[in-house]
Design a protein around this ligand. Structure first.
Ligand SMILES: C[S@@+](CC[C@H](N)C(=O)[O-])C[C@H]1O[C@@H](n2cnc3c(N)ncnc32)[C@H](O)[C@@H]1O
Length: 328
């Protein structure tokens, strides 16, 4: 796996801000203008949402979703009075997009954005356990009211299950060794904080696997746990399918992914919607009747400029893929 995790720094909470990644490219791909309606399915700090609302002035509308209630509250404080009724906010997982968007008055839209993963606010939050150096509980849920926290997974999965999890969602070469160390450690003391987990992994896994660039040795384990806790890959598949259904002909889908597991799902999804027909290649004629629903705007995907990566290191692993909804 190309390791493109952003989970490698914790900032002083008071100075945190989230810089929207590839914002100019996202705006160009989504082409917001007066009168358009958009959904930002991953509101975060609201940086992309703000740019979309500015570009669709004076009357474009945007629905902002985030699984994390703190993100919704933060954006409501920052942008609520400035954009008034043009901005609608809902705490929701984008896997529920098909139900949430029509209920909020966004039954058909001109654009849908996914900026995957976590925000700088979440990474810096001591109580969330996303960053390696946080001493608070190892939680990792985007929505802290639902699901099972990462510490509970570490306490309850057996060695084989932990190994499979680290392999599947982190493509971690030392998955077995790390799983064994977790199971041995928890016999005497539970692994409760991000800091404890990072230290445990650093103890048993070499800091640099052959052929990989230098990253914290726990990067892949943290990524794997976060993906599992939030069922991120399943949510992504459901969210993308719902987004295409919501788009009007000519509407735009834009997805920013940050590691190869996400990007693979996005790429395959876009290719399948571009092709339409799902009949096996050996079938003499099409019997499925599925028409292409998307035209790719970025066949290979776009990556950030060197200048953006220098200014915002968290952009370094981003890949933007965009497509336009066809009339089918
Ligand atoms: C990278 S941040 C988005 C940053 C945002 N584009 C900005 O400019 O500030 C990703 C956000 O998506 C949210 N998120 C991740 N998966 C989600 C899901 N399945 N449903 C809803 N929100 C999700 C996270 O809680 C986080 O706030």
């Amino acid at each position: 796996m190309t390791d493109r995790s952003r989970d490698d720094s914790v900032e002083d909470a008071a100075s945190v801000r989230h810089i929207p990644v590839m914002a100019d490219e996202v705006i160009e791909a989504m082409a917001p203008r007066a009168g358009t309606t958009h959904v930002d399915t991953t509101l975060g700090g609201g940086g992309h949402a703000e740019r979309i609302l500015e570009s669709s002035s004076p009357d474009g509308r945007l629905l902002g979703l985030d699984a994390d209630g703190a993100a919704i509250a933060r954006v409501r404080d920052r942008l609520g009075s400035r954009f008034g009724e043009r901005l609608t906010l809902r705490q929701a997982n984008f896997r529920e997009l098909a139900a949430v968007a029509p209920e909020a008055g966004f039954g058909e839209v001109d654009g849908c954005l996914f900026d995957l993963g976590l925000s700088s606010f979440q990474l810096a939050d001591e109580d969330r356990g996303f960053g390696f150096r946080t001493g608070g509980p190892l939680d990792m849920r985007f929505d802290t009211e639902r699901g099972i926290a990462a510490a509970e997974l570490l306490a309850t999965l057996d060695r084989d299950e932990l190994t499979a999890l680290f392999r599947r969602y982190g493509e971690e070469p030392f998955a077995g060794r790390i799983a064994r160390a977790i199971v041995e450690t928890r016999r005497t003391v539970p692994v409760r904080t991000a800091e404890e987990l990072a230290a445990l992994v650093a103890r048993v896994a070499p800091s640099r696997a052959p052929g990989r660039r230098r990253v914290h040795p726990a990067t892949r384990v943290f990524q794997a746990l976060r993906i599992a806790v939030n069922e991120e890959l399943e949510a992504l598949e459901a969210g993308l399918a719902a987004a295409v259904d919501l788009l009007r002909p000519g509407g735009r889908l834009a997805v920013l992914s940050y590691h190869s597991l996400e990007d693979r799902i996005v790429k395959r999804f876009l290719q399948a919607e571009r092709r339409g027909c799902t009949c096996p290649p050996e079938a003499p004629v099409c019997v499925c009747g599925r028409q292409p629903r998307l035209r790719l705007l970025t066949p290979k995907g776009l990556v950030p400029s060197a200048a953006e990566v220098a200014a915002n290191p968290r952009a370094r692993s981003a890949r933007l893929r965009a497509a336009e909804r066809l009339a089918a």
